[in-house]
Design a protein around this ligand. Structure first.
Ligand SMILES: Cc1cc2nc3c(=O)[nH]c(=O)nc-3n(C[C@H](O)[C@H](O)[C@H](O)COP(=O)(O)OP(=O)(O)OC[C@H]3O[C@@H](n4cnc5c(N)ncnc54)[C@H](O)[C@@H]3O)c2cc1C
Length: 397
């Protein structure tokens, strides 16, 4: 064994960086491993996060922010528009600066950081627990020992699989997404997030324009293959771009495609002494596909629990069970609610979207909101369009 740590965190995305920071600040010998040389790159994310999603997990550092979001715009297929002000709604991050910033803080707190280093396996120990990880740095393979492994290796997580968790999802539980980073976006309000709903344009999902300052924006689309009838996200995004920009096509700086897994409850979060966080554990909001805030909260809670295990738990693996329990107590109810609501969302017609946006516009257009309660929004939608109740039979768990 080359080195020993208390905790090895695999993956320097939001989940891994905050887990490493939390563990290092608590005095644990921590190693953060990232397979890419540069943290936060390559990236497939629109980078939007709510104020609470960020601030409840880590104190805000304004250097991580590309845009303050102060208003939202929604458009229905027939062109009904809803726009409301929402001061302090949230941010569009620079994920690269955000994750690098958290990693720097972790290093200042004593964490060791190994970029350009891939985890290629777990070291089997007693059978009850893994006793380390195998790393590959260039051509060199070496082993490090640890007591706890935090898997924060994203949607394609191998660590969870090596730990014995089958995280494969059938296609109906995955969305696919495509995104361009554009410069020179026409009619871009630097403080406004735009959302477009249309079952032709983005079946089972939506299209977005998220500003990043100086005329730059993330422009993307997420679709549910289960209702997309074989159509792919990238051609649909090009169609959306023609719709949004017409002839005034902005300059593409980057192009990415990625998958968005559906929330699956707590079942992927723990195996022996491997704690699985963020996308690796499929902790995403099943309606919007947002996962950064959940990655942060799961990384933070996993590390806090690992610290308890190391400092007071005397190596009792039962202590680790409080990780999924605490996370579900914090986020589980809302995530399950969105999972149920997704069954309705996938079945909405363009007429439904038109009726809902038009009705919401009557109540909210031009208003200043301080908070949006998603349950209240659904109740209003049902009141506006009682025929939506026809979809209630799909709310079978
Ligand atoms: C198109 C698109 C747009 C999105 N937009 C938003 C949005 O606006 N807001 C939002 O909240 N969510 C959004 N999401 C979801 C969000 O990107 C994820 O939920 C979030 O990145 C999850 O963070 P994470 O730390 O779990 O994983 P990741 O951010 O995926 O980080 C995983 C890290 O692990 C590293 N890694 C992987 N394997 C290994 C290995 N074997 N060894 C070492 N390192 C490894 C990777 O290189 C990576 O750096 C979007 C997703 C997509 C696809």
């Amino acid at each position: 064994m080359d080195r020993r740590f208390d905790i090895v965190v695999i993956g320097a995305g939001p989940a891994g960086c905050l887990a490493a920071l939390t563990a290092a600040r608590a005095g644990c010998r921590t190693l953060l491993v990232e397979k890419h040389k540069t943290i936060g790159e390559p990236l497939c994310c629109a980078e939007g996060i709510s104020f609470c999603g960020l601030n409840d997990n880590i104190p805000l550092d304004h250097s991580w922010i590309d845009a303050d979001v102060e208003r939202c715009y929604l458009r229905s297929p027939a062109g009904h528009e809803l726009q409301f002000d929402h001061p302090d709604a949230g941010f569009v991050l620079s994920r690269r600066r955000f994750e690098q910033g958290m990693a720097d803080l972790a290093v200042q707190a004593g964490c060791e950081l190994a970029t350009g280093t891939e985890t290629v396996g777990l070291l089997n120990g007693s059978g009850e627990r893994f006793h380390g990880v195998r790393l590959l740095d260039g051509q060199t393979t070496y082993d490090v020992g640890c007591q706890i492994i935090i898997a924060a290796d994203g949607i394609e997580s191998m660590v969870a699989r090596w730990a014995g968790i089958d995280t494969t999802l059938p296609v109906e539980h995955l969305d696919s997404a495509a995104q361009f980073l554009f410069d020179g976006v026409p009619d871009l309000d630097p403080t406004r997030m735009e959302f477009y709903f249309d079952t032709q344009l983005a079946p089972g999902g939506y299209a977005w324009v998220f500003p990043k300052g100086n005329g730059i924006a993330n422009v993307g689309i997420a679709v549910a293959p289960v209702v997309a009838q074989g159509r792919k996200a990238m051609p649909m995004l090009r169609e959306f771009m023609r719709f949004r920009f017409g002839q005034r096509s902005p300059k593409p700086l980057k192009r990415t495609v990625g998958g968005i897994p559906e929330f699956c409850g707590r079942k992927f979060m723990l195996s022996r002494n491997v704690m699985v966080t963020g996308d690796a554990a499929r902790l995403l909001d099943s309606i919007t596909g947002a996962g950064i805030a959940n990655a942060l909260s799961s990384g933070r809670i996993a590390a806090e629990t690992a610290v308890l295990y190391l400092q007071g738990g005397r190596g009792d693996l039962r202590v680790l069970k409080s990780y999924p329990e605490r996370w579900m107590a914090l986020r589980g109810r809302e995530m399950l609610y969105f999972l149920w609501a997704r069954q309705i969302f996938l079945r909405l017609t363009n007429a439904d979207f038109d009726a809902m946006v038009a009705a919401m516009a009557q109540v909210y257009n031009g208003q200043t909101l301080t908070a949006i309660d998603p349950i209240d929004v659904i109740k209003r939608a049902l009141r506006t369009r009682p025929s939506l109740l026809r979809l209630a039979r799909h709310l079978v768990w």
